[in-house]
Unconditional design. Structure first.
Length: 112
């Protein structure tokens, strides 16, 4: 079985791109992660992750229309590729298997 390794932050970014669908660009991804995951995200860390996942083939990007509000620069929009979908599916399966393998007693937090 081929593996599609994802780090925790990469997984969160990829999931967020999926949630945002057609509106997944740098600022919207950053804001959504901060809102949903309750964690601060630096622009640099996010841009590095997006570039790394695009290079791995998990994401693809396209430029939107340039506008005056952005000084003539277009937004770069991201979408999940087939490889990205496989990586997310594999990650979900691994997590589900691990959750299901935990004995219930291990999750009972009664202190002795």
């Amino acid at each position: 079985m081929k593996t599609y390794p994802l780090g925790e932050f990469e997984e969160i970014v990829l999931l967020t791109v999926g949630v945002l669908y057609d509106e997944a660009y740098g600022v919207s991804i950053k804001d959504a992660i901060e809102e949903r995951a309750h964690r601060k995200v630096s622009v640099g860390a996010l841009q590095s992750a997006l570039k790394r996942m695009e290079k791995k083939g998990y994401l693809k990007s396209r430029n939107g229309e340039a506008n005056a509000q952005r000084g003539g620069k277009p937004k770069r929009f991201y979408t999940i590729t087939a490889f990205g979908k496989r990586a997310l599916q594999q990650s979900k399966e691994i997590r589900t298997e691990l959750w299901e393998a935990i004995p219930q007693i291990a999750l009972d937090f009664t202190y002795r």
